[in-house]
Write a protein that binds this ligand. Structure first.
Ligand code: TMP
Length: 225
């Protein structure tokens, strides 16, 4: 069934805390799908810093501007909504699988990890309700200690130990509610393994997901609806 032509592409999201190797794995996965399996697939990422909104986000992340916590949350969400037509057209018209580096889960996990929004998880989620829903979320899990052993965090605004710890907790909260609602399946992969081991686990999950989308002719879902 993997070689059958799909009625639409599968939408795969990779999430995880900073330094978990997400970006490396997105690249390897794309290569695996396109080069080894000969499939039509593209990579996307959020924040998409190439748009007007993305440019504002970039300035904020590099501490070149200050914004209210809700304002920046809305910008991250707006960034997804402005790119959503391209995402949908890649999946539905292009029939290409989309491998996405971060999505609304990062949006909610990072914003709601801030003190000012710690009791506003539902508000944080509400901004992204109705976006295309992933067919699978692959969460690359790394403990705080393991992340730190990878040479520390970079210079950007959110790359701080305490915040990252809370972000990790928020991710597992989101996983729990998604699992309860039974809409979007989550797969947790131990990111402390070697690059090759992580890649193999991810490939197996993605091939399974693609097969399901094709065989069941699964329609594209709407996030958190
Ligand atoms: P990046 O390192 O993948 O480019 O992401 C930049 C930072 O933005 C990262 O610390 C996670 C954070 N982020 C949010 O706070 N909200 C969002 O909606 C997204 C997609 C990322």
């Amino acid at each position: 069934p993997l070689s059958a032509s799909p009625h639409r592409g599968a939408f795969i999201v990779l999430e995880g805390v900073d330094r978990c190797g997400k970006t490396t794995q997105v690249g390897l996965l794309l290569k695996h799908l396109v080069v080894q399996l000969g499939m039509a697939a593209v990579a996307m990422r959020f924040p998409d810093r190439t748009t007007l909104v993305g440019n504002l986000i970039n300035q904020y992340l590099q501490s070149k501007s200050e914004l209210d916590d809700r304002a920046i949350h809305l910008l991250f969400s707006a960034n997804r909504w402005e790119v959503a037509p391209t995402l949908k057209s890649n999946l539905l018209e292009g029939k290409q699988h989309v491998v996405c580096d971060r999505y609304a889960y990062s949006g909610v996990a990072f914003s709601s990890a801030k003190e000012s929004l710690q009791n506003d998880l539902e508000w944080c989620k509400s901004c992204d309700v109705g976006l295309p829903a992933p067919d699978a979320v692959i969460f690359l899990d790394l403990t705080q200690e393991q992340a730190e052993q990878r040479g520390g965090y970079g210079e950007e605004r959110y790359e701080k130990k305490e915040l990252q710890q809370r972000v990790r907790e928020r991710f597992s909260q989101l996983q729990a509610t998604d699992t309860e609602n039974g809409q979007v399946p989550w797969y947790v992969v131990n990111a402390a393994q070697s690059i090759e081991e992580v890649q193999q686990e991810i490939s197996a999950i993605v091939e399974q997901t693609i097969e399901k989308v094709i065989l069941e002719e699964k329609p594209l879902g709407l996030l958190w609806l």
